[in-house]
Design a protein around this ligand. Structure first.
Ligand SMILES: NC(=O)c1ccc[n+]([C@@H]2O[C@H](COP(=O)([O-])OP(=O)(O)OC[C@H]3O[C@@H](n4cnc5c(N)ncnc54)[C@H](OP(=O)(O)O)[C@@H]3O)[C@@H](O)[C@H]2O)c1
Length: 228
């Protein structure tokens, strides 16, 4: 299996690279030129295509021949970084390739999510701050996901809860809607978020689904497992 990881040099990206190598996959990583050294630990074991992830030529080259593409969707800046990245992946990944995208709980697939007040407050604050300094563009990440949901590719959008570092606890639990009791704990280890992304490549039941995830050892996941 040959896969591409778009945003490989970030925290989530590096964990995904490791999980993919552990599975014996051939890995092509895309990251900004200045971040290539962050992948030194994988030197000789992965191919790196340096460049902006919304550069269509960079993505075209990186995803060529890949059976799966894992994309870290980040809403940085104000020049449509997220939607540009998503569109390039949608346009250039080979037909039938599994496309897995990361984002947060704030993305909704069908408007049936019920958000905790803390999350609504957080989003309001970020939106207010970005009116002063446009360091992120949440609406562009929303637009990126709208395009993914509308595409006829084999997509999965994995919606992350709050994240923490720490040793793996195993594959996160998930649900289709934020607000479902299993998700109440709102915490996942980043290494396990990456695990979910990589495992999704081979899980066809997740095609055209936007799972919201939570750590499998969190109280809400354990309570739910005990009930069912
Ligand atoms: N952080 C959270 O609490 C949280 C919660 C839920 C979901 N998520 C989702 O998880 C995913 C990973 O997020 P993360 O917070 O854990 O970050 P991360 O894995 O460290 O990834 C950040 C990515 O953004 C890139 N980046 C940073 N600054 C940039 C800039 N100015 N222009 C372009 N690219 C830039 C980084 O590339 P370089 O290596 O080149 O800097 C890296 O690929 C995202 O999809 C996010 O929506 C995060």
């Amino acid at each position: 299996m040959k896969i591409c990881i778009v945003g490989a040099s970030g925290k989530l990206g590096k964990y995904m690279v490791q999980h993919a190598l552990d599975r014996g996959y051939e890995v092509v990583g895309v990251c900004r030129e200045r971040s290539v050294s962050k992948l030194d630990a994988f030197k000789g074991r992965i191919i790196i295509v340096p460049g902006a992830t919304n550069d269509r030529e960079v993505i075209k080259k990186a995803v060529a021949g890949c059976d799966g593409v894992l994309t870290v969707l980040v809403p940085w800046g104000s020049d449509h970084y997220s939607s540009g990245t998503a569109q390039a992946v949608l346009d250039y990944a080979k037909p039938g390739a599994r496309l897995i995208f990361s984002c947060g709980w704030h993305i909704t697939r069908d408007d049936k999510d019920v958000y905790p007040l803390s999350l609504k407050r957080e989003e309001k604050i970020i939106r207010w701050l970005t009116r002063i300094v446009p360091f992120v563009d949440i609406d562009d990440q929303v637009e990126a996901c709208r395009r993914i949901f509308a595409s006829d590719t084999q997509w999965t959008v994995v919606r992350g809860s709050d994240l923490e570092e720490g040793e793996s606890q195993g594959l996160p639990a998930w649900s289709r809607h934020v607000g479902d009791p299993i998700l109440t704990s709102n915490l996942t280890r980043r290494v396990d978020y990456a695990l979910f992304m990589v495992e999704a490549l081979k899980n066809d039941t997740l095609i055209h689904v936007a799972p919201a995830i939570v750590g499998c050892r969190t109280p809400s996941a354990l309570t739910h497992a005990a009930i069912h």
